[in-house]
Design a protein around this ligand. Structure first.
Ligand code: ZN
Length: 371
């Protein structure tokens, strides 16, 4: 018989018949535990007769039991004792393996718990937006148009709309020139001017472009207006507003399901009207800038208009409080402006003026004749 003594461990021995606690010094042997009492008597516990009653979880006192109830018990406080058995007596480790496995299993339960939380967070942070993006991507343009119409009704209620045939014609001419220069699009772009002093513009799904009167007044040339419109048209073409709306709706729907609020779903569907508060993602802004600038150049519009308007906005020159609205839905960074400046500087063509012969200030900067 191979006897390979390891280090010794202090513990307490209970005989199972009395409450007497006897201090022992334990030696881990290859086939069992050898316990020396204070009276210098020895107890021999073959591993195959033992089972681990406690100690499978980290931090627990180790309790080994032997024989039928009321069994003899050995209590060891040092957690390393089990590792010593595993190292010094592989056969014992195999015998006590269920106990070790339990220890691992407990760890797995903890891991699984943490995993569920992480998966939950991932679904919340990534999964729902990803599903929303997928849904927005698959949506037929005709449906987007209906969604956009609902948003339009809310963002630009008929009694707030500014009707002015001369201005409408001018804005439509700019959009038509841009649309004709771009790649074929499934969307029809329509502009609605709203009697709001805030500098702001929205693109609803399906091609409805909403311009606040404050933004129109903040532009100094048709090329600046074209810059804003080209950017908004790219938000439509890339379905940024559709995605933003879907993300918001699905998130609210999910939250209402989680808190068991059945009415929340209805509220979520009303979110179409809050499109004006949705922020585009930074990469959406960059895409709309880049492709908007390309569209301007394809249409031979002066690319500096887009740059000068944004530069003025960022400096707060158009009235800082009024321009906050546009900046909150279209986050503006110095990188954005720098990038646009670089693109504009790279343009190699002579711009063809927009609305030739019509002074920009005369197209109607006031809201006239709301129907
Ligand atoms: Zn934008």
């Amino acid at each position: 018989m191979r006897t390979r003594p390891s280090t010794t461990w202090p513990g307490f021995y209970y005989d199972g018949r009395t409450a007497l606690r006897r201090p022992v010094t334990i030696t881990v042997m290859a086939t069992g535990l050898r316990m020396a009492t204070e009276e210098d008597t020895f107890l021999w516990w073959p591993y195959e007769q033992l089972h681990l009653a406690q100690g499978a979880l980290p931090g627990e006192q180790i309790r080994l039991e032997r024989g039928p109830e009321p069994s003899e018990t050995l209590v060891v406080s040092d957690e390393a004792f089990l590792s010593a058995i595993r190292a010094g007596a592989p056969a014992a480790a195999r015998h006590l393996l269920p106990a070790f496995r339990r220890r691992h299993w407990a760890g797995l339960v903890l891991l699984a718990g943490a995993g569920a939380v992480i998966v939950g967070l991932a679904i919340y942070a990534w999964g729902i937006p990803a599903l929303a993006d997928l849904a927005a991507e698959q949506m037929p343009p005709a449906w987007e148009e209906r969604l956009g119409q609902a948003a339009l009704e809310s963002l630009a209620p008929p009694n707030r709309r500014c009707a002015d045939p001369r201005r409408d014609a001018a804005l439509s001419e700019i959009v038509a020139r841009l649309a004709a220069a771009g790649p074929g699009s499934a969307y029809t772009f329509r502009i609605t001017v709203v009697d709001e002093p805030a500098v702001n513009a929205f693109a609803t799904p399906g091609g409805y472009l909403i311009i606040h009167l404050g933004l129109l007044q903040a532009t100094q040339t048709p090329a600046e207006m074209a810059g804003v419109l080209a950017h908004e048209m790219q938000h439509v073409r890339h379905r940024h507003s559709t995605r933003a709306l879907f993300r918001e709706i699905s998130m609210r729907a999910l939250l209402s399901l989680l808190v068991g609020d059945a009415g929340g779903l209805g509220q979520a569907l009303e979110t179409a009207g809050t499109l004006g508060e949705l922020r585009y993602r930074r990469q959406d802004e960059e895409t709309a800038d880049r492709d908007g600038m390309e569209l301007l150049q394809a249409a031979r519009v002066d690319p500096n208009g887009m740059v000068s308007f944004l530069r003025r906005l960022s400096r707060g020159e158009s009235g800082a409080p009024r321009s906050q609205a546009y900046l909150s839905t279209h986050p503006l960074t110095t990188e954005r402006i720098k990038h646009l400046e670089r693109m504009a500087a790279g343009a190699r063509y002579t711009p063809i003026p927009l609305l030739q012969g019509v002074p920009w200030r005369e197209i109607g900067m006031r809201c006239t004749a709301a129907p």
